[in-house]
Every structure is written in C-alpha cells, then in structure tokens.
Design a protein around this ligand. Structure first.
Ligand SMILES: [Zn+2]
Length: 407
C-alpha cells in the first residue's frame, strides 16, 4: 500500500503507526535557534507528538537535551531543546510516556463519548481541549442530563467490550464512501481513527489500541455553552486517581459523621437539620435575653433623673442585639447608653449611642460622640469611631478600668 502519511513533511511520524513507541533512535537533520536559550531540533523520524488538535505536545529527551515542547510549522516538526545538537548525528530519544499515555487514554475517551453522543443526537464535537488535569469538549447542540448519563453509561459498556481502535490514512476517493466526524475541511490523505461500530473521526493524535485501555469515563461537569453543552470528563488513570482522592475524603467524612460508606449524604442531612434547629433555638434565646436585659435597662431609666451615661455589660450579646437595645433605651432618656460586649480576658467591643444634639456627658461636660471616642480610645487602649449618634469599636481593658474611666 502506498504510504500517504507525512505529506509535505520531511520527518517520518512514528506515532502515526505505533502510539506506543517510548524510545527510538533518530538522526538530527536541522538545528536552529528558537528563542532565549532554546533550539528547534528537526529529526529524520520522531515519536514526539507535536501540539495540535487540542492536545499538547509530548516532552522528553533527545540524547542529553531536554525537550520541553514540540511544535509543527509549515510541515516541519521542531523539538524545542535546551541545547543545540549536531546535525547529521544520531541520538537515542525518549518521550515522557506516562504523560503521553494519560493523554492517549483521555483523547480516546473523548472520541468514544463524542461518537456515542453523535450517534444519539446527531450533534458534533466542535471544541476540544486536553490539558494535564482536565478534558473539555464542546457539543454543538443541547444534550439533556439524562442523555449525558445514558451516553456515559454506554461509553463505559464499550470500554468493557474492549473494542479495537485503529488509525488509517484515506484518500479522497476512499473518504467518499464513509461517514466520519471531522472539524476540518481536508478531503485528501485524512487520518481516520475508528472505534469499531461506534465512531469514525478525523484525527492526527495517538490513541490507545482498544477501548479497554481507557479504563473508565466519567462526566464530571456539563454546562450550557453557545447553544450547546460544554462537558468536562475524566478517563483512564486520572479517573482512578480522582476516585482514590474522593474515596479517601469520603473516609474522613464517614469518620466525622459516623456513617456507613455510602450514607454520607444522610449524615450531612442530619447535621443540616440539627444546625437549623440550633439556629432557631439561638434566635429564640437571643430574643429572650434581649427582653430580659431591656426590662432591666428600662427599670434603671425610669428611676433616672440625670444625663449621666448608662453602661450595659454583656458577654453574650451580638452587635445587632446591642444596637437594638441602645435604640430602645434612647427612646426613654437623653443620657447616652453604652454597650460593652466581651470579658476581661479578651477585651470589650463597645457600641455607644446618644442623642445627636446632646452627645455624651463626660466629666461634667457634653461631648459629641466622635470626639469622645478619641478620648476613650486614648485612655483605654481602644480603636474605633463613628457618627454623632453612634460610635463603635474595641477596648483592650478590663471592666474595672472601664467603669473607673467614667467616674
Ligand atoms: Zn482526536
């Protein structure tokens, strides 16, 4: 059979025939500068897959040179190297196969799932991105959650069937007779990757030999995208690692929740219900506490016949409770009302309210609240401020010192 591969390219692409070549020996046919301390190495043959079709390039070594990237430009495959290599010399080459194999598993998974979705809906994959931690594919029509679930289940069944995956280059005439998925308009010498019975797709990338090697496919996200759907999948060893991570996390949750392996949701539901009940209790208790303290304050204010400020200390009030209390109290008096929340050990938050036109009576004189805040902060190691009606802040002082400050 005529070899129709490598059209327009001087480098024989070993990965077209065999995606499992990890090491090979090749001759350097070109070496040119490619940026800062980088060189573009051309080989007579290569197993390095150059970046293309949504998949990143392989990495590895040519001799002692580290190859960090492989780019194809005008039919030339440039291996981006950290050092120059001698043209005309042969080198032992090795690709980082663990990384490559992970991509093969995920790329083949993408073909399988897209082929199944295409057969179910007629929609095509119009976008593909395969990075080191996720595989994203865009389908050009809406696919329901139920359909995606069905497609995922079907794809996993095809994995169990261990169906062969093959790649061949076909001429224009040969292509006329077959139905295949393609993102490009090329009609000659197209590499067709076939998953027997399930999919035919034009693709230049290396794939696993059979669906069994994909291991597992899981759709981990699906969201509307440009009238279609954007799907994120995990397959192969990545999916296994993800499972290990989730299972270990689940063990921790089980220990915290004291639940059986698959009953974590029930445990979480119980906690949510308990939390809701506690929140309701909390609201009720706060109301009760506020009314007790307010009754006490009202009694003090009823018997009051001067404008000296009234202190209220509490370890359990929150800011809202204290502000409400102060506003209620101010309806009954012209004196400022001073709320202190906290204890001697951690200090006190203060919220002080006063009539805007009066301010606070301190050492026999009326002072506006912002001015008073400065005096108090200075005397009691505090910070904070506010308006003429209310100031708020904190003091690093004990109750005794605070009380003495006002005498
Ligand atoms: Zn592909």
């Amino acid at each position: 059979m005529e070899d129709r591969r490598n059209t327009g390219s001087v480098t024989k692409r070993l990965y077209d025939d065999d995606a499992y070549i990890k090491e090979f020996r090749a001759g350097v046919i070109g070496c040119s500068p490619a940026g800062d301390k980088a060189f573009g190495i051309e080989l007579d043959m290569t197993a390095f897959f150059p970046e293309g079709g949504g998949q990143k390039s392989d990495t590895g070594r040519i001799g002692d040179a580290v190859i960090t990237d492989v780019q194809e430009k005008d039919g030339h495959i440039l291996h981006i190297s950290d050092r120059p290599l001698d043209t005309g010399t042969e080198y032992d080459c090795a690709i980082d196969f663990a990384k490559r194999y992970d991509r093969m598993q995920n790329h083949s998974a993408e073909h399988l799932l897209c082929g199944i979705i295409h057969n179910m809906t007629g929609y095509d994959n119009v976008g593909f991105h395969l990075s080191d931690d996720e595989t994203i594919l865009d389908i050009n029509g809406p696919v329901s959650k139920e359909m995606l679930k069905e497609a995922e289940e079907k794809a996993n069944k095809v994995i169990y069937e261990n169906v062969p995956i093959t790649a061949v280059f076909l001429s224009g005439d040969e292509l006329k007779g077959i139905d295949y998925r393609s993102k490009l308009d090329i009609t000659e010498n197209v590499r067709i990757v076939t998953i027997e019975e399930y999919d035919k797709c034009a693709c230049c990338a290396p794939h696993v030999r059979s669906t069994g090697e994909i291991g597992i496919i899981r759709i981990i996200d699906a969201m509307p995208h440009r009238g279609g759907v954007r799907i994120t999948i995990l397959a192969g060893e990545r999916a296994y690692r993800d499972y290990v991570y989730l299972d270990e996390a689940n063990r921790q949750y089980m220990a915290w929740l004291s639940t059986k392996r698959l009953e974590g949701a029930k445990g979480v539901e119980q906690i949510i219900n308990k939390n809701r009940a506690l929140s309701e209790d909390n609201v009720r208790l706060k109301k009760e506490l506020t009314s007790i303290v307010l009754d006490d304050l009202k009694k003090k204010l009823e018997n009051k016949n001067d404008d000296r400020p009234v202190p209220v200390f509490s370890a359990n009030f929150d800011d809202v409770m204290m502000r409400n209390l102060i506003n209620e109290g101010l309806k009954m008096t012209d004196a400022a009302i001073m709320g202190f929340i906290g204890d001697d050990e951690s200090g006190y938050k203060y919220i002080i309210g006063a009539k805007e036109d009066k301010g606070i009576l301190y050492k026999g004189e009326y002072t506006d609240l912002p001015g008073f805040a400065k005096i108090m902060n200075g005397a009691l190691n505090g910070r904070g401020g506010g308006s003429r009606m209310m100031i708020q802040g904190s003091l690093k002082a004990v109750r005794n010192d605070i009380e003495e400050f006002f005498i």
